[in-house]
Design a protein around this ligand. Structure first.
Ligand code: GDP
Length: 442
């Protein structure tokens, strides 16, 4: 996600970081890149214009021009403005003080509405007793899909009776059913259509009038870019949405939707769908998203994961070696072990700052089997070799390959990968020395 924008911005920031002082024309040319990057990421041009103007007003001030590390300051400004654009505070789902809370789930067909309904119900089921209700009377398959997903997740389900043609009567039935069985959150999975037509909007508006709902949540597919923003505007105009869920953020979305929906409609993006499974739902966090967009790595997310790890001793050792700015093969081994513990590898790697710049580290390296081989290679080295890999010449490489049951090529690749990581670590160490200012909130 956001790869193109991230790469472009990383290029801009790398250029700025090498300057001592910034002239106005430096800022202008950097902002031209930022502008182009955002437009390519499918962000609405009006939104881009506002954003770039806001950045410029702050960046061309005296502070930045006379500052010692202007590149870092511009980085921080862009980060703050990007987060601001997506909404600075997370917007939690509202639970009504008087049960039941009713969530009207709306959206176009295929956007992820049914899946998201079950995902939300599942998330809430730790402290609540949710009920999902199938309200699409035209598509029996949609009713069946919700019933099956609810059953798999052990969530209460209510559906229309055979031949039922009045959706308002289904809603009344569901509310009665919920009160009898003490369900305190009712999620209505409404009809999906290919287009936001008048008839659909009228049906949803009638449901809304009858209830009224605690939340009107629109589920939109992040992969549809600008289209998602248009859909959000159309639904908001008719139904006054209280929140948006961006689905499929795990896919190859260009990201314009996340950046622009809040700005264009004023409706907060509350949640993000990050996979097909019913657990793949996250609270939408604009700061984290801005960091990822800018290629600064999900430092917060990584810190959280590290905290979650059972073996906190390992994390401390990594932190210690970072401080001393030495990075040995022993640290790399430790890293492999930590990464294995942290869970889905690609997600973890995405969070490591600068990872997207490490061209040598392809998806192959994230393959668990390959990681095992890499570990075996390091484990077949002597202590001296691990601490001082420069001593590993041809014959020793062959011996290590034999000892680890791999090939000389594999040993060479591992050493090259290590060298890259060592350089990167050194770079971060230097930034630390200069007091690299992490953006607010970190
Ligand atoms: P609806 O027609 O709006 O109810 O959409 P569905 O819930 O049936 O979802 C349509 C397709 O998108 C299904 O194949 C889902 O598994 C998939 N889907 C939904 N949410 C996500 C998500 O966050 N990530 C991914 N990768 N797929 C999703």
């Amino acid at each position: 996600m956001f790869d193109a924008l991230r790469e472009r911005l990383e290029g801009v920031f790398a250029k700025l970081k090498s300057r001592g002082k910034l002239s106005e024309s430096d800022v202008d040319s950097a902002l031209r890149e930022v502008r182009r990057g955002l437009l390519e990421a499918d962000v609405d041009y009006k939104v881009v214009k506002t954003l770039v103007e806001a950045i410029k007003t702050r960046a061309v001030g005296k502070d930045v021009l006379e500052s010692i590390t202007p590149g870092q300051q511009v980085t921080a400004i862009v980060y703050e403005e990007l987060s601001e654009l997506m909404g600075t505070e997370p917007a939690p789902l509202v639970i009504s003080p008087r049960p039941p809370s009713v969530y009207l789930m709306v959206g176009l067909q295929g956007g992820g509405k049914t899946t998201t309904t079950v995902k939300i119900a599942k998330k809430l089921s730790s402290g609540h007793k949710p009920l999902v209700v199938a309200c699409d009377l035209r598509r029996p398959a949609a009713v069946e899909q919700l019933r099956i997903l609810a059953e798999q997740s052990k969530i209460g389900f209510f559906g229309p009776a055979a031949g039922e043609s009045d959706v308002l009567s289904v809603v009344r039935g569901a509310v009665r059913f919920a009160s009898e069985r003490l369900h305190d959150v009712i999620l209505l999975d409404t009809a999906g259509r290919l287009h936001a037509d008048e008839e659909l909007m009228e049906e949803l508006a009638a449901m809304k009038r009858q209830l009224p709902p605690t939340e009107v949540l629109l589920v939109v597919d992040a992969m549809t870019g600008q289209e998602a923003v248009k859909v959000a505007s159309a639904f908001h105009e008719k139904l006054s949405l209280t929140g948006v869920v961006l689905s499929k953020l795990d896919g190859d979305a260009r990201g314009g939707a996340a950046l622009a929906i809040r700005q264009v409609t004023g409706v907060p993006v509350k949640l993000a769908g990050v996979g097909e499974g019913t657990d793949a739902l996250e609270v939408f966090d604009s700061r984290r998203m801005a960091q990822r967009i800018m290629g600064m790595g999900d430092v917060m997310g990584l810190a959280e994961k590290i905290r979650e790890m059972a073996d906190s001793g390992g994390a401390e050792k990594i932190a210690e070696s970072l401080k001393q700015k030495k990075f040995t093969l022993e640290d790399l081994l430790l890293q492999f072990e930590q990464i294995e513990k942290m869970g889905p590898l690609d997600k973890v790697m995405e969070m490591i700052p600068g990872f997207s710049r490490m061209k040598g580290m392809g998806s192959d390296d994230l393959d668990p089997k390959r990681m095992k081989q890499s570990k075996a290679v390091i484990q077949s080295m002597t202590r001296e070799e691990r601490r001082n890999p420069a001593v590993i010449k041809g014959s020793r490489r062959r011996r290590i390959a034999q000892g680890s049951g791999t090939s000389v090529q594999m040993v060479n690749q591992l050493l090259a990968q290590y060298e890259q990581m060592r350089k990167l670590w050194k770079q971060f160490g230097k930034q630390g020395d200069k007091g690299f200012r992490l953006p607010k909130g970190l």
